[in-house]
Design a protein around this ligand. Structure first.
Ligand SMILES: Cc1cc2nc3c(=O)[nH]c(=O)nc-3n(C[C@H](O)[C@H](O)[C@H](O)COP(=O)(O)O)c2cc1C
Length: 342
């Protein structure tokens, strides 16, 4: 297995509209995360606006910062990469995975999977401008996974330092179960570290993926929003220690901390952070067994204070046994892919 240039070997995935500075800081300070990622910064013909740069390049002391760019204009991508590296991004990452129609219609994101020659030129041009770490985040393919290894080799030749593989095809969007087999194929074949991503719902599964596929690390998105302890649980498992099993009170405290982070980042807006708070609560409630009625009650409340009051009343006394938050996924509310024997 090739070693990653950051430790611990776990990353918070880029999520548009979600992984802003407050959430990244919260996860970085929670521990167990070596890298936190911004959502994509769209690079088109115009120069990158200064406010995009100030929102993206906000570093937390505990983890490296990866800033993701999306675009296919060779010179503009190189310029943006230079600017971001200069502004302090520890990693500049290229988005080769976004499946949304509004994105692929423009030939960017996952659409670049279909144009390897352009992909090579864009990454090579970025490489020439980035003295630090450069990475790409890819899907397995457009509508099948043929060519995944060839494309990965081309990215290595263009100079990426590591590769993140979201184990779905573009045609899957976010549905179905991730196919970890290609992660194993790439991890075994490539001379650079491969980070596996997709459906790592429980810490034990993240550990299993690393052990069985040879992936040098894992990147976790939605499962970390559902279970923010997944990174420290993985660190504990790797160290041979007993991972924490969070209770309802822990979940409520995490929600409070998120609320404080959202307020601090946007103090002028009275209702400005209710949307993000509800979104995060929605993810956290995915870990509560039989939460339908609770979800409806909490998410229809109008403001952050009433949400927090009601969440405290509901969650503070909730036993860990009702929560699907233990490292091994004992309640098994989420579907986990299997890696067939090689
Ligand atoms: C709301 C949301 C926004 C996302 N935005 C981005 C993005 O900006 N860039 C990117 O590369 N992937 C993005 N993704 C994909 C995730 O980074 C990740 O690859 C995917 O969710 C699978 O991993 P998971 O099962 O750990 O969530 C997004 C996913 C979600 C759910």
């Amino acid at each position: 297995m090739v070693k990653l240039p950051f430790a611990p070997a776990s990353a918070l995935a880029p999520m548009e509209g979600v992984t802003g500075p407050a959430l990244r800081a919260r996860f970085a300070s929670g521990g167990g995360v070596g890298l936190v990622c911004t959502e994509f910064v769209r690079v088109s013909r115009a120069a990158l606006p200064a406010k995009v740069l100030t929102r993206a390049v906000v570093k937390a002391p505990e983890a490296l910062l990866s800033v993701q760019v999306m675009g296919n204009e060779i010179e503009k991508m190189a310029e943006a990469a230079a600017l971001l590296a200069e502004a302090g991004a520890d990693v500049v990452d290229l988005n080769v995975g976004c499946p949304m129609p509004r994105v692929v219609r423009k030939g960017v994101g996952a659409a670049m999977l279909k144009d390897p020659a352009l992909l090579f030129r864009v990454v090579s041009a970025m490489r020439a401008q980035v003295p630090g770490l450069l990475s790409a985040k890819v899907r397995l393919g457009w509508d099948d996974d043929a060519g995944a290894l060839e494309r990965a080799r081309l990215l290595v030749d263009a100079g990426v330092d590591f590769l993140v593989v979201h184990a779905r095809r573009r045609s899957d969007l976010y549905a179905g179960v991730a196919d970890w087999r290609v992660i194993r194929e790439l991890a075994r074949a490539l001379p650079i570290p491969v980070i596996g991503n997709g459906d790592l719902w429980y810490a034990a599964d993240a550990l299993r993926l690393m052990r069985d596929s040879g992936a040098a690390g894992v990147m976790i998105g939605r499962p970390a929003l559902r279970n923010p302890w997944i990174f420290t649980q993985l660190a504990a498992l790797r160290a041979g220690e007993e991972p924490k099993r969070p209770s309802g009170e822990d979940v409520f405290e995490w929600l409070l901390a998120l609320d404080a982070g959202f307020r601090a980042r946007d103090p002028g807006k009275r209702f400005g952070h209710v949307g993000p708070l509800k979104e995060q609560l929605g993810f956290l409630l995915r870990a509560v067994d039989d939460a339908g009625a609770l979800r409806r009650r909490l998410l229809q409340l109008p403001d952050a204070d009433s949400i927090l009051r009601a969440a405290e009343a509901e969650l503070a006394s909730m036993p860990a046994s009702r929560l699907d938050l233990d490292a091994h996924g004992t309640l098994g509310l989420e579907r986990v892919p299997q890696l067939a024997e090689a």
